[in-house]
Design a binder for this molecule. Sequence first.
Ligand code: PGA
Length: 266
Amino acid sequence: MKTLIRQRFIVGNWKMHTTASEAKQLGQGVVGGLGSADHVTVILCPPFPYLALVGDIVKGTQVALGAQNMYPEKEGAFTGEVSPTMLFDLGCTYVILGHSERRHKLGESDSFINQKVECALAAGLNAILCVGETLEQRKAKQTEAVLDSQLTQGLANVPPEFLSRLSIAYDPVWAIGTALHHENPQQAHDAHLLIRRKLGQICGESWAQRMTVQYGGSVEPDNAAAFLDQPGIDGVLIGGASLKVDSFLAIAQAAMTVVQAEMQPA
Ligand code: PGA
């Protein structure tokens, strides 16, 4: 049997959805229905108020807990913010940073996101840095320049000893939350190649080959395999479809099927 070069991720980003009882049902449904997820890391990212609740459900299971954001300080007078230390304390092992909704709806800059990446990694969390272009940027053929700049700035000064806890999510803004602009898997594959090439320049070729780069943007059970089948797409970050147990589990199953096929001897 072959060994996988890169860890595969299935991330459920619940965004600002669910009540406490829905979060509980969703968490329990995923944990109960997952079966064996060998070689695939399944991560649930509920809203802050439900991290402890979902953390209790996933504790001791193969499902990991992640947060959707954090503030880049250990503690202090930052009213309304949540620190990486608090996330760690609650059992979070992952944190999503620089999601396009935070970049574009809340005005987060690359330098602020970079502080978050450094602070999350220093606190012992695994950071998932999101990058991706808008539709206007894609139409203006700026995809490569945007990815270059988001990666260069977002990963500035990340110490090499933290790179094993870093992964990237390519979430093109125009493909998120809409059936209208479904990105095709070939376009996603091309962008992933650009990202990995840039990672090689920033982190060195060996890290670039080992780093998980996942795709996000309206991934559903019916298109997940097409994305996951692309070489270099190491998982998916799922918004809408992660809010239903059945669709999330179907996508996780698609990832496991792809991984199992890849591990068969040639
Ligand atoms: P979506 O979200 O699956 O709802 O498009 C994906 C994302 O936010 O990356």
